[in-house]
Design a protein around this ligand. Structure first.
Ligand SMILES: [Cu+2]
Length: 140
């Protein structure tokens, strides 16, 4: 009887280790009152044993959240390109930052001041959702 319980635990363990993002830094840049667009940044590590694909981000604090990458076009102009899926290998880190990959936060539903926290939900290609909280900061 006891042996069976241990066997089941060993079989389940690798499954639990799958599909896990480790969030190392999550913040939202404070914007002037009335702004329709804000930006958020996360550092995500794939703490699982298989590639993880981030497909969407949701937050009740915004009408829509998109994954964007800022880049210079052929004329040297800064442009933002929407990313529909980003895959991260096991142990690798996805680093969002101003001027690079970011969360485009569209249509804030209420004013967000520095020091407040905003909840986000990460959706992965596996169908799994993961909650996190980000601090609103006044910076950069
Ligand atoms: Cu953007």
């Amino acid at each position: 009887m006891g042996g069976r319980v241990i066997l089941i635990a060993l079989l389940l363990w690798p499954v639990l280790a799958l599909g896990q993002w480790q969030v190392q830094d999550a913040w939202v840049r404070e914007a002037p009152p009335g702004s329709r667009m804000m930006a958020g940044y996360l550092v995500l590590r794939n703490a699982g044993d298989w590639p993880l694909t981030l497909t969407a981000v949701h937050s009740d604090a915004f009408q829509r959240v998109e994954l964007h990458r800022s880049m210079h076009d052929a004329n040297g102009m800064m442009r933002m390109q929407r990313q529909h899926a980003i895959t991260v290998a096991p142990g690798e880190i996805l680093r969002m930052r101003p001027g690079g990959l970011h969360l485009m936060l569209i249509g804030p539903r209420r004013p967000l001041r520095a020091g407040e926290r905003v909840r986000f939900r990460l959706l992965s290609a596996s169908g799994k959702a993961q909650e996190l909280s980000a601090e609103v900061r006044r910076q950069r």
